[in-house]
Write a protein that binds this ligand. Structure first.
Ligand code: GDP
Ligand code: MG
Length: 614
């Protein structure tokens, strides 16, 4: 009857513990905290002894810091009569153990591999024990808290241990099992203080008092006060247990024997005996209690875990999609994806060309703004040239006068002289215009390159191919713009303006000049005076023409045509590509990132399936 009840109980709890164990095996603890029992205690408080008695496995013992890596102890109750079976794992290493006597040695080896001879590591060693005497329980044993380093231990080892412990106990999912020796002042126990810091309300802390056989004569009442939650209250309270003492160890008392001795001890002690009935003392009650607590904790945490897994999955899926999906796709899919990527890229180039900026564009990318600035700079240059001409016109006119003097009669308007001066002056505007074209073209190339890096992130070969195309197209468009501007300047050599427009402007300048009187032209003769007004008039007309023409050319070739040409070139890029796989080769970083994300996703999906099938 009793065994039937036990089996029913088993059937209810084991699946919960197994579920969390398999999640931890999957490595899910990296993604989200899993419910667990963390065992903490000051050095020599009896931590190892407690775990030994629970697991019936001898763990490494000795002076100094014996536990130097977190040890996950998975205890599984096996059917009566089945042989003891153990499995030790860490990193990629795994070893099967056939006897509890092998455990100590294997753990020592594992710690040495993970943490060196004296160091500390946060890497987990996992020990699974299947035995007919073991409870169903998973615990994590943490290094004991020490105050002063000894020997060749690192100076800050105390702090390192505390941080490691904190990383476990701060999680809401962790049940904190604080091991405290009865024969020390409970108020000064560092482990209890740490537990209180991590769990101020004492909601998930359970105290375990050891060494009741070592207390001073007649101090049982003090211990009972603690157990009755009158000293440092914890919602889960305290339990009292007796482990193997130094004597038992020397006398080679077996663990099974130690359990009998414990029962005997409590039965004989009139103060402590009632604790057996209230189930607050003995290992037997502790292990049942812990199993129950763990299952309750797991049930409490499952909905949250489910939710967290769900949101992690969607987060990772998003990240993966950014990298182009979970797997490096087959070539057809990749070409398909690439095509749409290129289209999006071209779309953005067009947007840039049209001045349709998305919010996330940084100001550096806004080409029209840049163009406007450049134009303004250039207008300023033209303006300076115009002012200079106005100031210099008299000199220029006089200078030419000197050359031409001789054949002509005074008073003849010298059209050839006028043309020569005008041509010289306009020619001077050619270089600044070309300069603007070059600068603008360089800017466009930079922006296209930046955009390509953003769009094709992780595809270095493709990026360099595209950048090559950008350079080509920009160069070509720059040449065409240059050619167009050159042609325009060549046309300007003709010196032309519609008659009506010229006359209109001329009268404007004439009246202006009359207002100023002879002051500006000094004591020059009427010829010079006339020449000056003509020069000013025509120069203004020519500059007005350039002011419209050059920016138009620039916008047309370096924005509109350029983005159209890029579309064509990019389409050809993969139509004509002989080795698409090479073109789409990922950089190592991206491949690695994708692999990591994919692993993570697999892990989470498996965990979710486990949860759903639970
Ligand atoms: P740890 O440093 O916390 O792992 O402490 P240990 O488990 O190594 O125990 C420290 C010492 O206290 C060992 O010599 C144990 O035998 C002894 N010890 C632990 N629990 C008890 C107990 O309940 N009674 C007695 N007499 N000794 C104990
Ligand atoms: Mg220990």
């Amino acid at each position: 009857m009793a065994s039937l009840l036990y089996t029913e109980f088993e059937n209810k709890i084991r699946p919960y513990i197994d579920l969390i164990d398999s999640m931890r095996e999957l490595g899910l603890a990296q993604d989200l905290p899993l419910p667990t029992i963390a065992v903490i205690g000051d050095q020599s408080s009896g931590k190892s002894s407690v775990l030994e008695m629970l697991s019936e496995v001898a763990l490494p013992r000795g002076t100094g810091i014996v536990t130097r890596c977190p040890l996950e102890l998975k205890l599984k109750n096996a059917v009566n009569g089945s042989p003891w079976n153990g499995q030790l794992r860490y990193r990629d290493y795994s070893v099967t153990l056939n006897s509890p006597h092998q455990v100590e040695e294997e753990i020592k080896k594992a710690q040495e591999n993970l943490a060196g001879r004296t160091g500390l590591s946060s890497e987990l060693i996992s020990l699974e024990v299947e035995s007919s005497c073991a409870p169903n329980l998973t615990l994590i044993d943490l290094p004991g808290i020490i105050r002063v380093p000894i020997g060749d231990q690192p100076q800050d080892i105390g702090l390192m241990i505390k941080n490691l412990i904190k990383s476990y106990i701060k999680k809401e999912e962790t049940i904190i099992l604080v091991v405290i020796a009865c024969n020390v002042d409970i108020a000064t126990t560092e482990a209890l203080q740490m537990a209180q810091e991590a769990d101020p309300k004492g909601e998930r802390t359970l105290g375990v008092l050891t060494k009741p056989d070592l207390i001073d004569y007649n101090t049982e009442q003090d211990i009972l006060k603690i157990i009755n939650n009158k000293m440092v209250p914890l919602q889960k309270g305290y339990m009292l247990i007796k482990c193997r003492g130094q004597h038992d160890l020397i006398g080679n008392t077996s663990l099974a024997n130690a359990l009998e001795k414990e029962t005997e001890f409590f039965c004989k002690n009139i103060h402590f005996r009632p604790l057996l009935d209230t189930k607050l003392a003995s290992f037997q009650h502790l292990s049942t209690r812990l199993t129950n607590e763990l299952v309750i904790q797991i049930r409490k945490c499952l909905p949250g875990i489910h939710e967290k897994i769900g949101s992690k999955i969607s987060e990772i899926t998003k990240q993966l999609n950014k990298l182009g999906g979970a797997v490096a796709e087959d070539t057809r899919t990749r070409v398909h994806n690439l095509t749409s990527k290129i289209l999006v890229y071209c779309e953005e180039l067009t947007n840039l060309a049209m001045g349709d900026y998305k919010n996330e564009y940084n100001p550096e990318m806004k080409l029209h703004h840049y163009a406007r600035e450049k134009f303004t700079e250039w207008y300023a240059k033209l303006d300076i040239a115009r002012i200079k001409l106005n100031e210099n016109a008299t000199n220029l006119a006089k200078h030419h006068e000197k050359y031409s003097q001789g054949r002509e009669l005074p008073g003849f308007t010298k059209y050839r002289v006028f043309e020569a001066i005008i041509r010289d002056q306009i020619r001077e505007l050619f270089d600044p215009s070309l300069e603007m074209v070059n600068e603008f073209s360089a800017k466009v190339a930079t922006v296209c390159n930046t955009l390509a890096c953003q769009h094709f992130n992780g595809l270095p070969v493709l990026i360099s191919e595209i950048q090559f195309k950008i350079a080509e197209v920009c160069h070509k468009m720059e040449r065409e713009a240059e050619q167009m501007i050159r042609t325009n300047f060549q046309m300007e050599e003709m010196v032309y303006a519609p008659d009506e427009m010229y006359s209109y402007k001329l009268s404007e300048f004439q009246s202006l000049s009359q207002q100023r009187g002879t002051n500006t032209t000094g004591n020059s003769n009427a010829d010079v005076q006339t020449m000056v007004v003509h020069l000013q008039t025509y120069y203004q007309i020519a500059i007005d023409r350039l002011i419209q023409m050059v920016p138009m050319v620039l916008r047309y070739y370096l924005l509109q045509e350029l983005s159209a040409q890029m579309k064509v070139e990019l389409a050809q890029l993969y139509f004509h590509c002989k080795d698409l796989d090479a073109l789409l080769r990922e950089d190592d970083d991206t491949a690695e990132k994708r692999r990591a994300l994919k692993d993570n996703l697999d892990r989470l999906t498996t965990a979710r399936n486990l949860l759903m099938n639970h």
